[in-house]
Write a protein that binds this ligand. Structure first.
Ligand code: SF4
Length: 205
């Protein structure tokens, strides 16, 4: 039995993949962890098919959640087309579906080789993109992306494009070890992109 969805603070989180093109220094997947503070068993032995995920979600009373969140134990947008399909199926079957968010590293266009942001229109209400640094150097030191600095530029480009299709685009940094200068640079980056900045509290694993 594997965890495809789990509840946390009134929201329903959906876990579709373990794949990721980053290796963040703080990632809970390191050190043999198979879960997080949110759920114990998040490492997927196999990726659920879209049909399996739909069945799992429909078994729940979806309207009781404040939000439906596609996240990981990996980068969910490897499965963008499956997310699109799932949201469409859920909207057809569930009246009053809660708002939908994707938590992402913002590399979808890079890893999928095409601009997928138009696919989010009318389906995704919030995109939460991990900014994780105020310069390419800081970013790469923390997230260790497969494609190096190209991933930083791809993430910023993705955020700028996504805001045309998604009503609420938020970039996040963790407050731990941030200098005021770094926070100010992040503020400038998000302001120039026309998206929001959220400074999250650090949660130790
Ligand atoms: S982007 Fe997320 S899943 Fe990927 S390595 Fe970083 S923290 Fe882990």
């Amino acid at each position: 039995m594997q965890t495809i969805s789990y509840e946390y603070e009134g929201a329903l989180y959906v876990n579709l993949t373990n794949r990721c093109d980053c290796s963040c220094v703080f990632c809970l997947r390191h050190n043999g962890h198979k879960g997080s503070i949110y759920a114990d068993d998040l490492w997927l032995e196999h990726e659920p098919s879209r049909e399996e995920a739909l069945e799992d979600l429909l078994a729940r009373e979806l309207t009781k959640y404040r939000e439906l969140v596609f996240c990981g134990f990996g980068e969910p947008m490897y499965r963008t087309e499956d997310i699109v399909w799932l949201v469409d199926e859920l909207k057809k079957r569930v009246s009053g579906l809660p708002p939908v968010r994707i938590n992402t590293n913002g590399h979808a266009n890079l890893i999928l080789g095409q601009d997928v942001t138009p696919r989010l229109q009318g389906r995704i209400d919030t995109l939460s993109i991990s900014l994780n640094g105020s310069t390419p150097e800081e970013y790469c030191a923390v997230t260790r992306p497969r494609d190096g600095e190209k991933a930083w530029h791809a993430m910023l480009d993705f955020a700028g494009k996504a805001k045309e299709y998604v009503p609420n685009v938020v970039m996040t940094i963790v407050d731990k070890d941030q200098t005021p200068e770094a926070v100010e640079r992040c503020r400038r980056i998000t302001r120039d992109l026309g998206v929001k900045l959220r400074i999250r509290a650090y949660i130790p694993d």
